[in-house]
Ligand binder design. Structure first.
Ligand code: NAD
Length: 258
């Protein structure tokens, strides 16, 4: 096969060769799909989550290192980055994806509700960005991408803490881009539309069906498959987006176009 006839798949397979990526919220959903893509395209991957299902990733994707931990604990971020350095010699990519939500009207949202959502989506994501930033700088550059939401840009009714947390993450991203530029570090955020995952299963038994019911709010007439968001996350940490930084990129089927 000549280089001219290389298939897209073959080119993509090599895209992350020699790179090391850390993915949080990796046990399932968008995070697991992102691990699969990065692994298939040649990256060394460290996968972090607090769910026991995480352990199966090491079998499913040979070579993937799993780290069990809670992103709200400050020490987890340094432990995860150290795992990448110990196993693969450094870190080039952070996919800051762990997240949680809570649907409650403003007047029902307690201090505990607020803190629990902000802790994971804003504070925890900040810990990982900060720790990765240091490791990426040591490497002479790299890329950070965070899984935001349409609620990073517009308000989500009955989601005051979630919207605040994802809005905060967009602002963190912009500061990372400003401070990271001179160090060769890019930082971006994917503002995802509704995605068919088990994201709401902690408070809704019918979480998949409920998420799917949001389809008509997207001009494309459906919600996203996890792979469709994972592809955008991967694009933003790949060399194909080498001049993109500080961006809040909508991958929302047109949800926020109106
Ligand atoms: N599903 C959607 O409709 C949707 C829409 C927009 C954005 N998002 C964002 O996408 C990201 C991934 O969500 P998903 O849809 O794949 O849901 P998911 O629930 O399947 O995956 C989230 C993962 O994050 C992990 N996690 C949560 N809290 C954690 C903590 N404290 N420490 C470590 N890991 C933790 C969970 O265990 C889970 O594996 C989240 O940041 C979410 O806010 C989801």
């Amino acid at each position: 096969m000549t280089s001219m006839s290389l298939s897209v798949e073959a080119v993509e397979t090599a895209e992350f060769a020699g790179k090391t990526a850390l993915v949080t919220g990796a046990a399932r959903g968008i995070g697991k799909e992102t691990v699969a893509l990065l692994h298939a395209r040649g990256a060394h991957v460290v996968a972090l989550d607090l769910r026991p299902e995480l352990a199966s990733l090491a079998q499913e994707f040979p070579g993937v290192v799993t780290v069990t931990g809670d992103v709200t604990v400050e020490e987890t971020a340094s432990r995860a980055v150290e795992s990448a350095v110990d196993a693969f010699g450094g870190l080039d990519i952070l996919v800051n994806n762990a997240g949680r939500t809570l649907n409650k009207p403003v007047t029902h949202t307690t201090a505990e509700d607020w803190d629990s959502v902000m802790d994971v989506n804003a504070r925890g994501a900040f810990f990982f960005a900060r720790e990765a930033f240091r490791a990426l700088a040591e490497r002479g550059g790299g890329a950070i991408v965070s899984t935001g939401s349409y609620a990073s840009a517009v308000g989500l009714p009955e989601g005051v803490a979630y919207s605040a947390s994802k809005g905060a993450l967009a602002q963190v991203t912009k500061v990372l881009a400003l401070e990271g530029g001179p160090l060769g570090i890019r930082a971006n955020l994917v503002a995802a539309g509704v995605v068919e995952t088990d994201f709401l299963d902690t408070f809704r038994l019918d979480s998949r069906a409920y998420l799917a019911s949001f389809g008509n709010l997207h001009p494309l007439g459906r919600v996203a498959r996890p792979r469709e968001i994972a592809e955008v996350l991967c694009f933003l940490v790949s060399p194909r987006s080498s001049f993109v930084t500080g961006a809040v990129l909508a991958a929302d089927g047109g949800f926020t176009a109106a």
